[in-house]
Design a protein around this ligand. Structure first.
Ligand code: MOS
Length: 735
């Protein structure tokens, strides 16, 4: 189905099932521990051996020699896989560095060997016996130093390295009120609960890998490329995933090594990337340095806005496009953005929840707060005043929906914003200095082709098959809701099968496009199935109504089960998105409100209250969507206060590479969270009229926390995370 014109009324609009707060259909399996995650696929790969990954101890250089003899002779060892014995390996489209390094080393903890043994303990013990001699080379690890040599990244039509409108230099020079400041965000790790894990099993020259991956088709293609075999010989299965956040968008070392290990050992092999390898072996969100310039009239109208961002990556890598939102969020005739990429020999940088906007808004939305203060204007009012109804770089190009003002206004009202004192450090509650902060939320809405197959089974039940993944987001549930609505059957009659490369290729879970795109693919397949069913019943497809397990037309009804009695009826199709996302700017909007207490004596920050207001199209399942947003808000608190991969700039690695050293918020850090979804449908976005929401929730949170800390304490920190050492020296005198 081609989606080329705005959606009209369709069966989803009945909202009998879609749009209702619905428990996850996979919830009981998850909470009872019976949903098999990758490492627990015992049944499908009996007798699996265990792999233990060895990571490089240097960041850049070469392996001069590697002695694996002792390891090979150790008890229980079946194979030791290295680049020297793995055969010729290719490189996947989505991987920047090689998944199995050697002799050249591209980054610290790049995998250099897999030891396969009968037990995990044997593999681990044998791995310690491998002797490696390295030749270390000088690498570049410090973004601030590499910044001046940073270049324009590879041209990308969707996010060009630079953008311009009007005359920024002249506009900024002429502005009576100006801000010109730098902000920095650190390297961050996805730190999902389930590590990267895979079980591989060969049958002849075909390999099946049960894994934990967000994008099945990308993974299948890249694993085949890396192994140097046709992709028809690779099957990926990933039904349950314990978090991804972008870290599982691509196949990683453990999947390749499981396949190589299983080939070498002639047995299925399971590999979970050891937790201490995760931060340096896999991808991370790259650190940024951002410069923001804003010029405004004295009455608060932005006349010039400029945003430059620097980040680093390995040769051939990608930048963090932190300027993305600044191109679209606020009005202003004179504009510029610039993205620069430095070559760094650190572990590979890549997408982490809301790549671009998440770190970009951490800078921009502090700058907006600072600018409002210069103008002596309320920060909510300053944002409202600079709203735009059209793409400010291409006037005339409208947004499909844009309700930023509604988000800010209704949020301010619900949060009690008018109680905020504009003068910092003026509210005290016992030992706490109390303050409030606000930030706009913005994340583009991407749409991706997505296919599905829907079967009406002989007993009248419905089965949906698509390679879509559920990374803890609720995909199973919204897909079941979609099929139930389209076919007029109860939710309990729908079975959803996901995450298998044997199924039709979906949009996958990434860039907050998964929910809207994948359900639209299921919608398209259901339209096909409805036509088949109506034809079989002898009704004109256009008149057929599906309700209560029956298809009806012209005053007659036939039970679905009766029509499928003699054999299942199948509908398969894909949604393909045409030009609507070019003609209209599709974005999601929101506003974050945060209240913090800063300990007057120690500078410790505690978040006291949080509110997110989101305008993100139709909300398909308010329960799982809320869950997504509160999770994203929590992650935003982590970004504001804790998360930070500490970089050793001499040796080029992240020092705090486990969950003891890399801090993320826990329950005790998170107070009451409130989420409001504005009632919105977006017919430009898809037949579901939905948009993404899972990434919008993190966008702006960091800055809202930073602004609340400033309002509480009078200390402005422009260097994340805002740890107490950055506050303490500048706090008001303790009384
Ligand atoms: Mo998202 S960072 O594209 O999983």
């Amino acid at each position: 189905m081609k989606f080329n014109t705005p959606a009209g009324t369709n069966p989803i609009d009945q909202l009998k099932v879609v749009g209702r707060a619905t428990d996850r259909i996979d919830g009981p399996m998850k909470t009872s521990g019976t949903a098999p995650y990758a490492y627990e696929q015992h049944g499908v790969a009996p007798g699996a051996a265990y792999g233990y990954v060895v990571g490089s101890a240097i960041a850049k250089g070469r392996i001069a020699s590697m002695d694996v003899v002792m390891a090979q002779r150790a008890p229980g060892v079946l194979a030791v896989v290295t680049a020297a014995n793995a055969g010729k390996l290719g490189k996947g489209k989505f991987n920047t560095a090689k998944l199995l390094g050697g002799p050249e080393i591209q980054h610290y903890h790049q995998a250099i060997a897999l030891v396969v043994a009968d037990t995990f303990e044997q593999a681990r013990a044998a791995a310690q016996l491998i002797k490696v001699k390295y030749v270390r080379e000088k690498g570049a690890y410090d973004l601030a130093k590499a910044k001046d040599k940073a270049r324009s990244p590879r041209p990308d039509p969707d996010s060009p390295a630079d953008s311009k409108a009007g005359n920024f230099d002249a506009g900024f020079a002429a502005a009576p009120v100006k801000l010109d400041l730098h902000y920095t965000t650190p390297d961050q790790s996805h730190a999902m609960m389930e590590p990267h894990a895979s079980v591989a099993s060969w049958k002849g020259d075909h390999v099946t890998v049960w894994t934990s991956n967000q994008m099945i088709a990308w993974g299948k293609g890249d694993l085949a490329k890396t192994l140097g075999i046709p992709k028809e010989q690779v099957r990926l299965v990933s039904p349950y995933i314990g978090g991804g956040f972008g870290g599982k968008l691509f196949v990683r070392a453990e999947a390749l090594l499981a396949a190589l290990g299983a080939r070498a050992a002639r047995r299925p092999v399971k590999v979970a990337l050891q937790r201490p390898l995760m931060m340096n072996n896999t991808t991370h969100r790259p650190a940024t340095i951002q410069r923001i310039r804003i010029g405004a009239t004295r009455d608060g109208k932005i006349t010039a806005i400029g945003h430059e961002s620097w980040s680093g990556d390995l040769p051939g890598g990608k930048p963090e496009v932190a300027v993305q939102q600044t191109r679209l969020l606020y009005a202003g005739a004179n504009r510029m953005t610039k993205t620069r990429l430095a070559v760094l020999d650190l572990p590979e940088g890549n997408a982490m929840r809301a790549p671009g906007e998440a770190p970009g808004l951490m800078a921009l939305e502090i700058a907006m707060d600072e600018m409002a203060e210069k103008l002596q204007m309320d920060p909510v009012r300053f944002r409202i005043l600079n709203d735009t109804k059209v793409d400010p770089e291409k006037p005339g190009r409208p947004f499909s929906q844009r309700r930023l003002i509604d988000c800010l206004r209704s949020g301010a009202e619900r949060f009690g914003w008018n109680a905020r004192k504009p003068v910092p450090a003026s509210v005290r509650d016992g030992r706490w200095l109390v303050g409030m902060g606000v930030a706009s939320a913005f994340r583009n809405n991407l749409v991706m082709k997505s296919a599905a197959r829907v079967r009406l089974e002989r007993d009248g039940s419905v089965t949906v098959e698509t390679d879509m993944t559920d990374i803890g987001t609720g995909s199973y549930t919204i897909i079941a809701q979609t099929a139930a609505e389209m076919l007029g059957v109860p939710l309990a009659s729908v079975a959803v099968r996901l995450g298998d490369s044997e199924f039709p290729v979906s949009a996958g879970s990434g860039g907050q496009w998964g929910g809207n795109s994948a359900t639209s693919g299921v919608y398209a397949a259901c339209v096909k199935l409805r036509e088949e069913v109506a034809r079989k019943a002898g009704y004109p497809p256009a008149d057929a109504v599906f309700a209560d397990g029956q298809v009806s037309a012209g005053g007659k009804s036939t039970p679905l089960a009766k029509l499928a009695e003699s054999g299942e009826i199948v509908g398969e199709d894909a949604i393909e998105f045409g030009k609507l996302d070019k003609e209209f700017q599709q974005s999601t909007f929101g506003a974050h409100f945060v209240e913090v207490g800063v300990d007057a004596a120690t500078g410790e920050t505690r978040v006291r209250r949080m509110l997110a207001v989101c305008a993100a199209g139709r909300i398909l399942n308010p329960k799982s969507a809320r869950s997504q947003v509160i999770g994203a808000m929590t992650m935003g608190v982590g970004a504001a206060l804790m998360e930070h991969l500490a970089l050793d700039k001499r040796h080029g690695f992240f020092v705090n590479h486990d969950l003891a050293g890399y801090e993320v918020p826990v329950h005790a850090d998170i107070p009451h969270q409130d989420v409001i979804f504005l009632d919105e449908t977006d017919p430009i976005s898809s037949p579901m009229k939905a948009k993404g929401v899972g990434e919008l929730g993190i966008c702006g949170v960091g800055a809202a926390v930073a602004n609340a800390i400033y309002n509480a304490s009078g200390v402005r920190v422009r260097d994340y995370p805002i740890t107490l050492d950055k506050l303490l020296a500048r706090m008001p005198a303790y009384t």
